[in-house]
Design a protein around this ligand. Structure first.
Ligand SMILES: Cc1ncc(COP(=O)(O)O)c(C=O)c1O
Length: 547
């Protein structure tokens, strides 16, 4: 089938928009009047398979069981550059005239687009100049270089890199490859939907109620929506955005471009301040709805994907799964079939710790509390009993931090495993009924990100303090058992524990032991029977904790 003649691609690609959060305010671009039928032809004739693979469409069995709906995962995380972006970039490059390829191409990107352009240009024998901010992590610079891209580091932000790329384009006659606002880029991304419908047939089930698509600048959803609406208009196309990076949702609602002043960076793949004119036109016409998700929900979705596939996707790659969960919870659906596009897996390893920690909160499997106990005999024991008797059965203490600071009351930072949504407020109310004033910190960012790490410090009340570090095999209920054993005659002036998911738990305890009772103290440690290190002479203790 001959390729149709869309509005000259140069008209939309000549004035590129920003791809990244720090994106430059773009020059105006023109939307085309290409119809879904025009795009269908562009998609069917797109050239992507020189570099891309037909990614698998797999059922997410565990998630489907949990949600009582069938969830299918389109595995774009398995592309050679770990995202769908090479489809659009390559299709654009493959449609350039030989002279354009000879002069070379340029883009500004610190993300997945850079890798797609570098790989595509290399395959076509073209020079690819990728301008990246000087702040780009070395890992990403090396990934682009390894694919044959010429990396130019310029400026502190994407805005600077983008401006420099435009200057170089004008100076050297390079062709600018836009990350999303270009019909060829959109058509390349649309091949995801083409595969999806074909693969649906081979799974033996034609039913598909909705496709969930992460949206940054809108290239992917524009391609997907054009293809699906041309062939199966009854399938809903739902765009997914982060709640702090929702330029498309807002622009569609406003019926015009809305430029965000700031965007959250957690889902860096979709962090875009201003969407494309063409992608906005298409989204307004063809997208059935949008869902906003937050960081905790995305972390939980990364975990869901891991549980079903044993693969880690990047935050943008998990947006669609987070949205499916939200959609099912809101609409109380059963027996429907949904597809989530797992659009990328370029995850920095050092982010995993944050993701794992927030996944529990996102799944509502951990509650965090500030509990106030009276500093009086027996109150600690009563509190442990209150934890042990919570309705719903036994639960794990995931965190317990305390530092003596007041003669009358003790403030404990407490983490507990919960059984589901909304339970943390019930637990807080239960503690309050038992006489322990409690703040539910489960959704408090200050507590999550900072205060939990800051419980402690020098205390004038911590006289005669001995600091002990215990290591013990981590298993369910282990901390409660430890706390129960830990009831010596001496006052506990400090306690720090956090479940790190490791095989051994680590606990730091401060006990106020008068010098005269040293022999008794040694006997206590022996009876306790937990391996322990006395850290009282450690200089770090003296600097940060000792009174
Ligand atoms: C992994 C990932 N997901 C989603 C997107 C958003 O795609 P679009 O800008 O086409 O909406 C990107 C864009 O770079 C991405 O890298």
């Amino acid at each position: 089938m001959p390729a149709p003649q869309p509005a000259p691609p140069a008209a939309v690609s000549a004035a590129p928009l920003a791809e990244s959060p720090a994106g430059a305010a773009p020059a105006a671009t023109a939307a085309t009047d290409l119809s879904p039928a025009d795009y269908l032809k562009l998609i069917l004739t797109a050239r992507v398979y020189d570099v891309a693979v037909e990614s698998a469409l797999e059922p997410a069995r565990q998630l489907s069981r949990r949600l009582h709906n069938k969830v299918l995962l389109k595995r774009e995380d398995q592309q050679p550059v770990f995202s769908f972006k090479l489809r659009g970039a390559y299709n654009k490059l493959a449609h350039l005239a030989p002279e354009q390829l000879q002069r070379g191409v340029i883009c500004a990107s610190a993300g997945n687009h850079a890798q797609g352009v570098a790989l595509g240009a290399h395959r076509l024998g073209a020079r690819a100049v990728i301008v990246m901010p000087v702040t780009t992590p070395q890992l990403k610079i090396e990934a682009v270089r390894a694919l044959g891209g010429e990396v130019l580091l310029h400026g502190d932000s994407y805005t600077d890199a983008h401006a420099h790329a435009l200057a170089l384009q004008a100076e050297h006659g390079y062709t600018f490859v836009h990350p999303f606002d270009d019909p060829y880029v959109i058509a390349g991304q649309g091949t995801v939907a083409m595969e999806l419908l074909r693969q649906l047939q081979s799974l033996g089930n034609q039913r598909l109620d909705a496709v969930f698509v992460a949206v940054g600048g809108g290239g992917l959803i524009s391609g997907v929506a054009n293809y699906l609406k041309a062939l199966r208009p009854e399938i809903k196309v739902i765009g997914v955005q982060m709640n702090d990076s929702n330029a498309m949702l807002r622009s569609v609602a406003a019926g015009q471009q809305v430029t965000l002043a700031e965007v959250g960076l957690f889902s860096d793949g979709t962090a875009v301040k201003r969407v494309g004119d063409e992608t906005l036109r298409i989204s307004r016409a063809l997208v059935d709805g949008f869902i906003e998700v937050d960081t905790d929900a995305v972390c939980a979705a990364i975990k869901d994907v891991f549980v079903d596939t044993r693969s880690i996707v990047e935050p943008a790659g998990a947006l669609a799964v987070a949205a499916i969960k939200q959609y099912v919870a809101t609409h109380k659906t059963r027996g429907e079939t949904y597809a989530a596009i797992l659009c990328g897996a370029n995850m920095n390893f050092d982010r995993l710790r944050f993701v794992a920690e927030r996944a529990e909160v996102g799944e509502q499997r951990e509650g965090l509390f500030a509990v106030t106990l009276p500093e009086e005999r027996g109150s600690f024991k009563r509190f442990l009993e209150a934890i042990g008797n919570l309705p719903g059965g036994p639960r794990n203490v995931t965190e317990f931090s305390y530092r003596i600071s007041d003669e009358r009351v003790a403030h404990v930072f407490l983490g507990l495993s919960t059984h589901g949504r909304g339970e943390s407020s019930k637990i807080a109310a239960n503690f309050a009924r038992h006489g322990f004033a409690t703040l539910d910190l489960t959704h408090d960012d200050l507590a999550q990100e900072h205060i939990r790490h800051m419980v402690g410090g020098h205390s004038p009340l911590a006289h005669d303090e001995r600091l002990l570090r215990f290591v013990f095999p981590e298993r369910p209920g282990a901390l409660l058992k430890f706390l129960n054993l830990m009831r010596p005659g001496w006052n506990i002036s400090l306690f720090h524990y956090r479940n790190q998911g490791a095989d051994y738990g680590r606990i730091l305890v401060g006990l106020q032991v008068p010098e005269a009772e040293e022999a008794e103290f040694q006997t206590f440690l022996t009876t306790l029977g937990y391996p322990c290190v006395d850290e009282t002479a450690n200089p770090v203790y003296r600097l940060f904790l000792r009174r």
